[in-house]
Write a protein that binds this ligand. Structure first.
Ligand SMILES: NC(=O)c1ccc[n+]([C@@H]2O[C@H](COP(=O)([O-])OP(=O)(O)OC[C@H]3O[C@@H](n4cnc5c(N)ncnc54)[C@H](OP(=O)(O)O)[C@@H]3O)[C@@H](O)[C@H]2O)c1
Length: 262
């Protein structure tokens, strides 16, 4: 299926690894022109070169922190009029006792997970409205919908981001600007590799053992973690021409972990 986005300009914030990288790959494969941000220059450069070589797409790296005003300005300088905006970041740290989460933790985390994405939308959605075409996808977390004490720094700000995006989605839908969210469960990403390898070293086990322990403890019906490139394909679908009547939605991709009737 051709997603109808050949030549569309797409910014992917947080695109050098994980589900952001998966999104860059899927959008590039559809012929979009990519502008990809991340803080770490080397991995970003490598990812952009790899994806450009694989797909033939133009993939421009922008080393910038999208949680800062300067970072957002640098990204927009490289691509002032995006048709597509995809936003993600590294998962916030796991939390223990809710009482131990400090105000400083909250403030630091809110910049990355909520205020940065909100500011970015404020800066690019009006241009999409004027041009009569736009797609925004925020990659948040399943914990936005299914709260847990260990995900206190991850779920609540993204629940707020979903609330905000639905409000914006309603305001701009008549201009063919569609705003949606993807809420992932557990996937094999750079962040997962880091966390579960550290656990394996600490416990004298293997990465695979730690993943299986998590699957058993959290009862993931698919009995595995997901593939970030598959998430990228769903992101690209929400950025497609065919998504013209899909807005304000939050797609949970979690191997069945949180299934209910609807
Ligand atoms: N992995 C999972 O199993 C899982 C489960 C549930 C929810 N999620 C959610 O899914 C999303 C993506 O997670 P992931 O596992 O794919 O993360 P990841 O593998 O750590 O990749 C995150 C990407 O974002 C970039 N990034 C982080 N902060 C940034 C910033 N301030 N400015 C620019 N780029 C930034 C990182 O590069 P630099 O570090 O170089 O900046 C990297 O390219 C997150 O919202 C996370 O909470 C993940």
């Amino acid at each position: 299926m051709d997603l109808g986005i050949r030549g569309r300009k797409a910014i992917v914030n947080g695109g050098s690894a994980g589900m952001g990288r998966g999104s860059v790959l899927a959008l590039a494969a559809e012929g979009a022109e990519l502008y990809v941000s991340a803080r770490g220059r080397d991995r970003l450069q490598r990812t952009c070169e790899e994806i450009s070589a694989l797909t033939g797409a133009d993939v421009t790296p922008i080393a910038a922190d999208h949680s800062t005003a300067e970072g957002r300005a640098a990204i927009l300088e490289a691509c002032p009029q995006p048709d597509i905006l995809v936003g993600t970041c590294s998962p916030p740290p796991f939390t223990g006792d809710y009482k131990a989460v400090s105000s400083e933790d909250w403030l630091q985390n809110l910049e990355v997970t909520l205020l940065g994405p909100v500011d970015f939308m404020k800066m690019v959605v009006p241009g999409m409205v004027e041009r009569g075409w736009g797609r925004v996808v925020n990659i948040g977390t399943g914990a936005a919908k299914f709260p847990a004490q260990v995900r206190i720094l991850s779920g609540p700000p993204r629940a707020a981001l979903v609330n905000y995006t639905v409000a914006v989605a309603k305001a701009v839908a008549r201009h063919n600007v569609m705003v949606n969210n993807v809420l992932p469960g557990m996937h094999h990403t750079a962040a997962t590799e880091e966390r579960f390898s550290a656990l394996a070293r600490q416990n004298g086990t293997t990465y695979e053992d730690e993943i299986q322990n998590f699957i058993n403890e959290w009862n993931i019906p698919a009995n595995r973690f997901g593939d970030p490139e598959h998430v990228g394909s769903f992101v690209a679908l929400l950025c497609s021409e065919q998504a013209a009547f899909v807005t304000g939605q939050s797609l949970v991709i979690d191997g069945g972990q949180t299934n209910a009737t609807f």
